[in-house]
Write a protein that binds this ligand. Structure first.
Ligand code: SF4
Length: 412
């Protein structure tokens, strides 16, 4: 029996098929190519559920159209905190071979580092915003300060990080403590750390850190890698450096200096592209007792000698060793400031007025005053074409002339 077809009163593109009498729909007719309905499924279901009632079929179709309209549009969810920690590879399946001359290279750098004071030595994250000689008053707050300092340090120079951590210690109500962070708004934290890179994100992360420590870690910084890695804004480098700072040898904290210098030294074959690859390679062959030391040693070396741009190979003992200890050593031309000094113009000036030595009984005093009445000083400024020499410059030049070994005071 052929079904009866009619247009839907709600949607002109929909054709509704109704059986002439109660019974199943004839499938052959339903699939007729000339009249294939666009929403056949709905019609068939409606018909099957209420085969005799045409008006109820139409009503059901209308309800379903309305339902479709009410369905919420899917929007991508924002990431919620705490974030999923990134997968952390503990070690390589197969160890990287030990570089041939690494011990000589290591020793040469260590010796140079003994004579260098770099920013990391006085303003590193281990200081937690304290002066070097200032002992921490509270161990729990000290642990928090170290972690906060590490979180501020990414993409930021040591002095700026140090100052921002000091600002938090001095500017937060309750100091740099859990309570201090919990009682501050994100904007207040942001204002105190506004000089560091990505300060807005870091301020939000510090506020989340305080809540996380309060809720999950009894108000203290955790001392295991997985818990540290689960904190927003804390990655493998910071986690390892934090653990090293509190005396747990958890690996090598690889930052940009360690990554760059170890590659310049030819320690990776092939060269590594990320700090994580560098960490895994180094940890696989460098003796474990050196893991806590290598970061501080190479960071300071990278801040003063093996600079990111224009490394001072002219000052580096690895470049002057024979045979050469560094495959990346370059011959460097003398620096510009030296040339400048040699070429800088000098002027001879005569001092007007009488110069009286204040130590009357010094036999050579008068002679010395005569000798220094004509002194040479460097030209520092020019105003309207005339040379201006500051009194302090003259004074210091005169003093240099009369200086040691005789201690003498001139009365100006
Ligand atoms: S020789 Fe140059 S490149 Fe090599 S470690 Fe020394 S400063 Fe760096």
């Amino acid at each position: 029996m052929a079904p009866r077809a009619r247009r839907s009163e709600f949607n002109s593109r929909v054709t509704i098929y109704e059986p002439a009498a109660a019974g199943a729909v004839d499938p052959a007719s339903a699939t007729s190519p000339s009249t294939t309905p666009l929403k056949r499924t709905r019609v068939t279901r409606s018909t099957a559920s209420s085969p005799a009632a045409g008006s109820s079929t139409a009503a059901t179709a209308k309800e379903e159209d309305e339902e479709d309209e009410k369905k919420p549009v899917k929007v991508a969810k924002k990431a919620t905190t705490p974030r999923k920690p990134k997968p952390f590879q503990e070690k390589l399946d197969k160890a990287h071979p030990e570089p041939k001359r690494w011990r000589e290279q290591y020793e040469a750098i260590r010796k140079q580092r003994e004579t260098i004071v770099a920013p990391v030595d006085t303003m590193g994250c281990e200081q937690g915003g304290r002066d070097r000689d200032e002992a921490p008053t509270n161990e729990k707050d000290n642990r928090l300060s170290i972690l906060v300092s590490l979180m501020l340090s990414s993409q930021t120079k040591d002095p700026v990080t140090h100052q921002a951590t000091m600002n938090l210690r001095q500017g937060l109500r309750g100091g740099l403590s859990l309570e201090g962070l919990l009682n501050a708004t994100v904007d207040e934290i942001d204002a105190l750390i506004c000089k560091v890179g990505f300060h807005a994100t870091k301020a939000a992360n510090l506020a989340k850190l305080a809540v996380r420590l309060r809720d999950l870690h009894d108000g203290d910084v955790p001392s295991d890698l997985p818990s540290l890695l689960a904190i927003n804004g804390v990655g493998p480098k910071m986690s390892i450096l934090y653990l090293q700072a509190i005396g747990i040898n958890a690996g090598i904290g690889v930052d940009t200096h360690v990554h760059r210098i170890s590659n310049r030294l030819g320690w990776h074959k092939p060269a590594t592209n990320t700090p994580e690859q560098t960490r895994l390679n180094l940890e696989s062959w460098l003796p474990k007792e050196l893991h806590p030391k290598i970061n501080l040693m190479l960071v300071g070396f990278g801040q003063k000698i093996c600079l990111p741009v224009g490394p001072r190979c002219d000052l580096c003992s690895l470049a002057s060793a024979s045979p050469l200890l560094c495959p990346s050593a370059k011959k460097v031309a003398p620096r510009k400031e030296k040339l400048k000094k040699e070429q800088s113009p000098k002027i001879e000036i005569e001092i007007e007025g009488e110069i009286k030595p204040s130590v009357e009984d010094t036999p050579s005093a008068a002679e010395m005053v005569q000798a220094v009445q004509k002194v040479e000083v460097e030209v520092k400024e020019e105003e309207g074409g005339s040379v201006v020499v500051k009194e302090e410059q003259v004074l210091s030049s005169v003093k240099a002339e009369v200086a040691s070994p005789v201690k003498h005071r001139l009365g100006w």
